[in-house]
Write a protein that binds this ligand. Sequence first.
Ligand code: ZN
Length: 377
Amino acid sequence: MPGGPGAGAGNGAAGVNLPALRSHNAALVLDLLRTAGAFGISRLELAERTGLTPQAVSKITARLRADGLATEAGHRASTGGKPRTVLRLVPEAGHAAGLHLDRDELTVVLCDLAGAVVAERRAPLDLGAGADAVVEGAAAEVEALLGGVSPLGVGVALPGPLDHALGVLHRVTGFPEWDGFALRDALAGRLGLPVVVDKDTNAAALGVAVGAGARSGSGSAGGGSFAYLHLGTGLGAGLVIGGAVHRGARTGAGEFGHQVIQLDGPLCECGNRGCIEVLCLDAVGRGAVAEAARVLGAGAANLVGLLDIDLVLLGGRTVAAHEEVFLQGVGAVLAERARREGGGTAVPVRVAPGGARGVAEGAAQLLLAPLFGRGEG
Ligand SMILES: [Zn+2]
């Protein structure tokens, strides 16, 4: 499948008339409908919020209604004039699948246009079983999940490094045999659906920035900048700068885990010594979780110092197993750094929303977010 990220999102998207969404203005209107939820929003408010003329808004909403993407949500009293008709998004008008391939388990979710999960499956996975077996196993799970639904496409999230634009994997730590594998094209060919591939950390960060729990202009992540640090079977980061996922020139940004912070430290699977990842995982392995949290905190503090972000979010199953220890340990390092630097309070640390399926939900947003003009830098 040719093209860059999101390429082919117009192919085979039964149920949604995508040409209507190719316009930037239509995406703006659709995003406001999405964030208004079931309450809805009037055409006048849409015009005020987008800066478009009422005529332009009427034309766009007529097309969205004709395509089944928007519908009337009743009437609301207005000051002085006649009651206004409010419109809302029709979430069930389209779906996207999100597939999370972890080293030992896969999770696949089906999300509606609003990002809500409507179906979910989990299965054991051996990421080292070879490309053919993994692609076939993942495709079978996706097909079982879909039933008769024809989605916009499938977002796939897995450990990096990888090339998001081309959908080609690089040398995944611990699984060097994946280096150079064109996962996007293999899965798209097998499923006959558009596929977008990204790192698990970027998918989770995207899910936080624009997912079902996020609302534009409000909440911790709306339009802001944050780092999502994922400590599971590996350690990586997803960076959201100004509301958009920061992937970098070669889509390689966020390789947080393999920063060397202890020269001549223990050997990491990546070949370096003393990486944050190996120090964290070693500490967890011998039950020294507070020490792992301190190491993670040192890395988080470096990131905060480099990027001046608003928030640090922690996720992944190792964090989930010891939430309080990690929140306290990372928070303490950030507080100590802020105290020494002066000038205000420490950047807050929280557990990322979304839980165990946050990465899979974010993977579905790889297809959904572009429809609403969201999430791309
Ligand atoms: Zn390393």
